[in-house]
Design a protein around this ligand. Structure first.
Ligand code: G3H
Length: 195
């Protein structure tokens, strides 16, 4: 049966400082994950199956996918870019809490629907992911390297998680997730790169 592989980008310089959004490079640990990813993918996919790799247009996902075999087709989708945090782009959560306390509280109250000033909500991301989901449904063996908020939305779609819980799910760094849709539901397997 066909499967879908999901991964966050390797740890970025922004992850190290607790900053959100932006277009940072990978940290040293993130680079290590990029180097380990081909072996992790080979372990899960096998040698004989062709794979197509989708990334976002941001540096950290492209860098994470760059050591994957050249035989794999790679495609960059703007629709896979991280949730746009608008005026809060590049800030830390404590800076947001300090500069936009009402927004910070409102987001905590209803994270799915909260839309950053000049940015997006989780609901907005789900809408922009519609073409991706449609393409996924009719494709064979895709590996998606993208961002935590986007992965939460894709994962929630396949694993039938509710709108309330999906924005709060932890998607670990440096872990490859394999989803295999079956008649009775989606099977999941995780591969930890141990970095
Ligand atoms: O960098 C931002 C995260 O991937 C999204 O986190 O929606 O929990 O703030 P959040």
């Amino acid at each position: 049966p066909r499967s879908i592989w999901l991964s966050r980008h390797g740890e970025s310089e922004f992850n190290l400082h607790g900053q959100i959004g932006g277009d940072a490079n990978l940290s040293a640990r993130g680079e290590l994950y990029a180097e380990k990813l081909p072996a992790l993918v080979r372990e899960s996919v096998g040698d004989d199956r062709p794979l197509t790799v989708w990334t976002s247009t941001l540096k950290r996902t492209i860098a994470t996918a760059r050591y994957l075999p050249g035989e794999y087709n790679q495609l960059q989708w703007k629709a896979l870019d991280e949730l746009d945090s608008g005026v809060c782009d590049c800030m830390t959560y404590s800076e947001i809490a300090e500069q936009y306390p009402e927004d910070f509280a409102a987001r905590d109250e209803d994270k799915y629907n909260y839309r950053y000033r000049g940015g997006e909500s989780y609901r907005d991301v789900v809408i922009r992911l519609e073409p991706i989901i449609m393409e996924l449904e009719r494709s064979e063996n895709i590996l998606i390297v993208t961002h935590q908020a986007v992965l939460r939305c894709i994962y929630a779609y396949f694993m039938k998680k509710t709108q309330e819980e999906s924005p709060w799910m932890a998607v670990p760094l440096h872990t490859l997730i394999k989803l295999t849709p079956r008649a009775y539901g989606t099977e999941e397997k995780r591969y930890d790169a141990q970095i």
